[in-house]
Ligand binder design. Structure first.
Ligand SMILES: Nc1ncnc2c1ncn2[C@@H]1O[C@H](COP(=O)(O)OP(=O)(O)OP(=O)(O)O)[C@@H](O)[C@H]1O
Length: 251
């Protein structure tokens, strides 16, 4: 679905190849400053670097902005609301690129996504009257709606930069479930993450980054061994087994 060759951006990201398949969930894992956000921003088409990126075999730089908005949704790292607007209106902005969308279908999708993310009771609030975690869930709802398969047949790619930020443990679990639900409908998902154990359990593939280059990538259980993670993060880690589940914890 996405195929990037020799992409790079100055010293922020060194030349690398990257791809994500339809329906696949890829996690980017790596220490602060390793290049995760830079890679995601390049894949979103919002900034340009060296190399080439194809979205469904089309050159990303040649796709016009309205078409791009229908094909991919991008959640940047958490920001404060830029302006005050009702949550319902904010979510409707996410649907504005979808042509000929019947109001009833739009409303059904908004209700469905808000129920999944537990924000149905916030629809009449202003974005400035939300806690940090509630605002993050509203932002997540917005990007999910933008490529929601029931209303947008052109949706192909979901890019999430640290989507778990500000979410409590229960809401993190909800977020990972909705990501899987979207991937199961054929959307390619690429997201940065700082939760090693969630990547172990929830990613189809992990790409480990350090200093702007790929250390290794593959199936999490194959490549996320303690030695590689210690080397990548410069931290002492330990592998433990709890109720038959492997966890990686810091010393
Ligand atoms: N706008 C910018 N201009 C110049 N350098 C930048 C800019 N944004 C980030 N960088 C640098 O690029 C490198 C990669 O940053 P990036 O934000 O991609 O890392 P990250 O892996 O997402 O980090 P984090 O986990 O802290 O979010 C870092 O060295 C950072 O200091």
């Amino acid at each position: 679905m996405i195929n990037a060759k020799n992409i790079a951006l100055g010293t922020r990201l060194l030349p690398l190849n990257f791809n994500v398949d339809k329906g696949e969930i890829v996690h980017l894992l790596g220490p602060n400053g390793s290049g995760k956000s830079t890679l995601l921003e390049l894949l979103s088409g919002l900034i340009e670097g060296q190399g080439s990126i194809e979205l469904d075999r089309e050159d990303l730089s040649e796709i016009d902005s309205m078409s791009l908005a229908r094909q991919r949704a991008y959640l940047s790292q958490q920001q404060k609301p830029a302006f005050a607007i009702g949550v319902y209106q904010y979510l409707n902005l996410s649907l504005s690129a979808i042509p000929q969308l019947a109001p009833s279908s739009a409303e059904r999708a908004v209700i469905e996504v808000c129920e999944l993310l537990g924000i149905s009771d916030k629809l009449n609030r202003s974005t400035e009257q939300l806690s940090g975690g509630e605002w993050q869930r509203v932002r997540l709802a917005g990007v999910c709606l933008q490529i929601w398969p029931n209303i947008n047949p052109e949706g192909k790619l979901l890019i999430l930069d640290e989507p778990a930020t500000a979410l409590d443990i229960a809401q993190q679990s909800v977020m990972y479930k909705i990501v899987r639900k979207i991937a199961d409908k054929g959307i390619a998902v690429v997201m940065s993450n700082h939760d090693i154990n969630r990547t172990l359990s929830d990613a189809d593939r992990v790409v480990l980054l350090k200093n702007g280059h790929i250390v290794t990538q593959g199936k999490p259980s194959d490549v996320m061994n303690v030695e590689t993670l210690e080397e990548t993060f410069g931290a002492q880690l330990r592998r433990v087994e709890v109720d038959g589940r492997i966890l990686i914890v810091s010393e």
